[in-house]
Design a protein around this ligand. Structure first.
Ligand code: 1JT
Length: 258
């Protein structure tokens, strides 16, 4: 249905942890759209999981280690991509982390360490990765990241991640300006709540899904495939006039007042 909108394109996807990851849904959709992919993982435990998933895609995709808080890892990733792919057309940033204790209770109690960790992994990493990949995007490119409404509304429990996502969305706009002259576009997909493994551990997450299903214009929660399809659009030339944007894929939840 989506046609081969990424035929001949090469992309790197960061943030696959398991088969429920949004990054994995984007990987499958972009592979279906004709893209050649490379992946990264963080830590040996996830390495096997990613390699096992990647085997189910057509063709072969390189899988590299990358801890986004390490400048050395990012430099090595650039070298690996240069050697194995030569050039890159798109990058998918689907990475976030915060201490569990900072995703419950109140934001007021966030420690300096917890705040900086969430910012480093979830927000600064987009800038570091954009700087790493831009020299490989010799024909222009598309960079996307994943965000959530908690960046602009105070959403119970989202706390430090909301502040990190606010910084992430502002980074999207500054990066779009900095990279625009090179025809590299930078956008964010703001997904409605999705039942990933990371989200399921969050206290009250089921109630959030329930609330959204009742209040959203489409009267349901978003499907992970819908988030992936919008992502493919932003990665493809169909969105060539769009940069610096946050696109909501949330069944319309964000537009509703009462
Ligand atoms: C992280 C986690 C980032 C869960 C995330 C996230 N971005 C969205 N979610 C789902 C979510 C979480 C909460 C929420 C609504 C949605 C977990 C691991 C760390 C990074 O609260 C209303 C808390």
């Amino acid at each position: 249905m989506t046609m081969r909108m990424l035929e001949g394109k090469k992309g790197i996807i960061l943030g696959v942890a398991n088969k429920r990851s949004i990054a994995w849904a984007i990987a499958k959709a972009s592979s279906d759209a004709g893209a050649t992919l490379a992946f990264t993982y963080q830590g040996e435990k996830i390495k096997e999981k990613v390699e096992e998933l990647v085997k189910t895609l057509p063709g072969t995709s390189p899988v590299y280690p990358c801890d986004v808080t390490s400048d050395d890892d990012l430099a090595r990733l650039q070298e690996n991509l240069r050697q194995d792919l030569g050039s890159v057309d798109f990058l998918v940033h689907s990475i976030a982390f915060a201490d569990r204790k900072d995703l419950e209770g109140i934001f007021l109690d966030t420690s300096r360490k917890g705040y900086l960790l969430a910012q480093d992994v979830s927000s600064y990493s987009l800038t570091a990765l954009s700087r790493m990949v831009a020299p490989l995007m010799s024909q222009g490119g598309s960079i996307i990241t994943l965000t959530y409404l908690g960046s602009e509304r105070a959403v119970k429990n989202y706390n430090v991640m909301g502040v990190a996502k606010a910084a992430l969305e502002a980074s999207v706009r500054y990066l779009a300006v900095d990279l625009g002259a090179r025809q590299i576009r930078v956008n964010a997909v703001s997904a409605g709540p999705v039942n990933t493994l990371a989200a399921r551990g969050i206290s009250g997450f089921t109630e959030i899904l329930d609330h959204v299903a009742h209040k959203a214009p489409l009267q349901r929660n978003v499907e992970i495939e819908e988030v992936a399809n919008a992502s493919v659009f932003l990665l493809s030339p169909l969105s060539s006039g769009i940069t610096g944007e946050v696109i909501y894929v949330d069944c319309g939840y964000n537009i509703v007042g009462i």
